[in-house]
Ligand binder design. Structure first.
Ligand code: EPU
Length: 440
């Protein structure tokens, strides 16, 4: 796996890339397969590290997995689900946050579950308090051990519950869905997240035999059933990867057709892209994103839960904002600490100031807590090459775009974290004409 690149910047990225299934759906769909009594088939699966991690985890629990990376078809047979060895699961500690979602299905199937310490991107504390509370509300007994968290279902199984999420967390909503579908009785969830990846997970669960109703006002009702069967499903495309390539086209002055990008789940991003002056050509089989050849406009953007502007779209777009003429503002309201990546941009010549105040109409959860969660980006600033160590997935992709936008040479290390969520990204960069050398 590529871990360091020497990038020669200053050339526009042009050409075509293909995106496959969403990183933020596929691992959850794999977990859902554990709930079935028969095998499941998932299509459009990308070759990314998160899929490898979840494959290992479900295999440790007795699921037989067959993956054909070329066709993107993954089959999972859960008929022999069994308890995994704690030490084996622990070997995955730090790799991914997905293990917490295995709990519901394991509690149903085996009556107990164990998860290692959780990893994921370094973007704030990323607590799991909502997840643990949700599982307890279904009746699970949760015990924190030095190596991880152990859970046990009551002897007569998990029971449906009335659950309210104080913040519409994506993961906690998925936790409720995965635990409630086979719990006894009805579950009423209020304050639910309604991201397209969640709607796709609901579609999968419905194919398996679940009864889930999405009401207005972030309310989801799940009527528990005794048994679910396997599913066959094509994962929705990755709107985060699609938007990242769009921002890469804008920042580098390029022109990229993203095959597989789907307009309907990206309309908020496409509006922002257009308002910045970016060119769009929206087709049935993908979206062409291009720099107009004239000055880009500065913009105010506030990240939010769906249908707002996604937090994961923010970092690559900030790089494009350094190339817009004037002052842009980004107010991050989903994660308290998602501007760490801008330090490297500043070293490359960008003018970015980070503030603790809520710079926007919304007073968010972080406003009075001293978190640096608003950014002012003043452009247009030429960028120059620098030595960068990639901090996390989206920040890392932004650093790659910045290095490609900059004049001169950048040495970028820690690049392998990007393969958690961007399929074949080094090959894709090459196909778009990026000038770089693989150092290791
Ligand atoms: N939160 C809590 N307690 C919890 C769970 C969440 O306080 O128990 C807070 C988080 O700290 C955060 C907010 O709630 O401030 C939202 O977090 P959420 O649970 O919605 O995020 P997640 O499920 O952990 C997923 C994606 C993220 C994406 C967010 C928001 C996956 C694997 N990850 O995370 O994706 O940013 O939803 O849409 O689906 C990425 O792709 O780079 C990425 C970080």
């Amino acid at each position: 796996m590529t871990s360091a690149l020497r990038i020669e910047g200053g050339n526009p990225l042009t050409g075509e890339v293909k995106v496959r299934g969403a990183k933020n759906l596929v691992p959850k769909a794999m977990v859902a397969a554990l709930l079935g009594s028969t095998p499941s088939t998932l299509r459009n699966v990308p070759e990314i590290k998160d899929v490898q991690v979840v494959t290992s985890l479900v295999e440790l629990h007795g699921v037989a997995v067959h993956n054909d990376p070329k066709t993107g078809e993954l089959t999972m047979d859960p008929t022999n689900v069994s308890l995994a060895n704690h030490a084996d699961i622990d070997a995955h500690a730090g790799d991914s946050r997905i293990p917490i979602l295995l709990c519901g299905p394991l509690l149903h199937t085996l009556g107990e579950a164990f998860i290692p310490d959780l990893g994921g991107c370094r973007i704030g504390d990323r607590p799991i308090n909502y997840h643990l509370r949700v599982l307890e509300e279904f009746g699970a007994k949760v015990e924190k051990l030095p190596t991880g968290i152990s859970m046990r279902a009551p002897s007569d199984g998990l029971k449906g519950a009335k659950i309210h999420l104080e913040y519409p967390s994506v993961g906690a909503t998925e936790q409720v869905l995965l635990a409630a579908t086979r719990a006894e009785g009805k579950t009423e969830l209020t304050g639910a997240a309604i991201e397209p990846e969640i709607m796709d997970l609901i579609a999968i669960l419905q194919k398996m035999g679940a009864i889930i109703t999405v009401e207005t006002d972030r309310q989801i009702i799940i009527e528990g059933v005794d048994e679910l069967k396997g599913y066959t499903h094509t994962a929705l495309p990755d709107r985060n990867e699609s938007a990242s390539w769009g921002s890469a086209a804008l920042a580098t002055g390029g022109d990229i057709f993203v095959r597989g990008a789907d307009q309907k789940d990206m309309s908020t991003f496409l509006n922002v892209f257009r308002k910045m002056g970016g060119g769009l050509d929206i087709q049935d089989d993908g979206i062409r994103f291009y720099h107009p050849g004239t000055d880009l406009n500065p913009l105010f953007v506030e990240t939010n839960v769906h249908p707002g502007f996604m937090t994961d779209w923010q970092q690559p777009l900030v790089v494009a904002m350094t190339q817009a003429q004037g002052v842009s503002v980004v107010h991050e309201t989903v994660y308290e600490n998602r501007f760490g990546f801008t330090d490297a941009l500043v070293r490359m010549g960008a003018t970015v100031q980070i503030h603790k105040d809520c710079l926007g109409p919304t007073v968010c959860r972080f406003g009075h807590q001293n978190f640096k969660h608003s950014a002012i980006i003043t452009g247009k600033t030429p960028l120059h090459g620098a030595d960068i160590n990639v901090p996390d997935l989206r920040g890392g992709f932004s650093h790659i775009i910045a290095a490609l936008t900059a004049e001169g040479t950048s040495n970028v290390t820690g690049v392998s974290v990007i393969s958690r969520g961007y399929e074949h990204f080094v090959d894709k960069l090459q196909g778009l004409g990026a000038q770089f050398e693989v150092l290791s």
